[in-house]
Design a protein around this ligand. Structure first.
Ligand SMILES: [Zn+2]
Length: 162
């Protein structure tokens, strides 16, 4: 089921028994909504105990906030919904591999896992450009699964790049 083998630099592990395709589908839906609003197709969905607790997309342009990346938007919403800043056992689904700020925020939030569709060759911080998700000098680790519905994500990014 996990098809992360395409990029050997990206660690691929199982995170519990959950339907990766289903939740990535939700993230892709959120990404389409972002594109419709003139944002980039970066989207994130937070899942806890097989339930979606937050979803968000990039709001950088809309809010003039350079930190309003999809992962940050979804983390803030998840923390509000869960009622805690510690998001242990949460898995974050993203259309693209997150940047260093976002992987740092996932680690700081105690999020358990990250599932992403396509690698980020410009600033991916879960193994593609740098590896912060599993860094020996850091005390926290993030389980990572990559390549889920990658083709759909790549099509969406290609279509929105024009
Ligand atoms: Zn980011």
């Amino acid at each position: 089921m996990v098809s992360g083998g395409a990029d050997p630099q990206v660690a691929t592990r199982m995170i519990g028994a959950m339907n990766y395709e289903l939740y990535m589908g939700e993230a892709l839906e959120e990404a389409r909504a972002a594109v419709a609003r003139g944002e980039r197709p970066h989207a994130a969905v937070a899942v806890l105990d097989e339930a979606m607790v937050a979803r968000g997309h990039d709001r950088v342009l809309e809010t003039d906030d350079p930190t309003a990346h999809a992962v940050i938007v979804a983390l803030r919403e998840a923390a509000r919904r869960v009622g805690s800043e510690r998001l242990r056992d949460v898995t974050m689904f993203t259309t693209m591999e997150p940047c260093p700020m976002c992987v740092g925020a996932l680690l700081a939030s105690d999020v358990d896992g990250l599932v992403f569709a396509m690698p980020n060759r410009i600033e991916g911080a879960a193994g593609t450009c740098v590896q912060l998700a599993d860094h020996p000098a850091l005390t926290r680790r993030l389980k990572v699964v990559s390549g889920i519905r990658r083709d759909e994500a790549e099509e969406l990014y290609a279509a929105s790049a024009t």
